[in-house]
Design a protein around this ligand. Structure first.
Ligand code: IDP
Ligand code: MG
Length: 139
């Protein structure tokens, strides 16, 4: 059975462009409840740990540099079928390939600066949520 949480970040480009509010509104409108949330800036080392699965990818250096370039909003979201439904709401990694009306289509600047993160599996949703939040920080 599909799990009911996913993890998201509003990335530095979207924070810089003043799009925290519109993105959170889309998240709520799509039926996700916010279980946990924080506003913070990652160090390059923390970004590297978060994206450790991509260590061998050619864009890893660019990605960790970018993700530590400014503050982000991290959140745990709850909804039935959260992982798949949230991936649908955010759209494809490359915003030029994202469907109309998706968060990345509306707000992303490029394939790297693509406005939001969304977990790709229930297992990673749990790992990523635990990276940022203790159980005492979830409501
Ligand atoms: P996802 O965020 O849609 O799950 P992943 O393949 O997991 O995409 O990649 C993680 C993040 O790495 C992307 O969201 C994007 O910020 C960045 N990224 C992915 N592919 C590229 C690329 O080809 N060039 C630069 N950055 C990339
Ligand atoms: Mg991914």
């Amino acid at each position: 059975m599909a799990g009911n949480i996913t993890f998201t970040m509003i990335k530095p480009d979207a924070v810089e462009a003043n799009n925290i509010g519109p993105i959170l509104a889309m998240i709520n409108k799509a039926g996700f409840r916010i279980l946990a949330m924080k506003y913070m800036r990652l160090t390059k080392e923390q970004a590297g740990n978060f994206y450790a699965v991509h260590k061998e990818r050619p864009f890893y250096g660019e990605l960790t540099e970018y993700m530590s370039s400014g503050p982000i909003v991290a959140a745990v979201l709850a909804k039935d079928n959260a992982v798949a439904d949230y991936r649908k709401l955010i759209g494809a990694t490359d915003p030029t390939k994202a469907d109309e009306g998706t968060i990345r289509k509306l707000f992303a600047k490029s394939i790297a600066a693509n406005a939001v993160h969304g977990s790709d599996s229930d297992e990673n949703a749990a790992i990523e949520s635990n990276f940022f939040f203790s159980h005492l920080e979830r409501y």
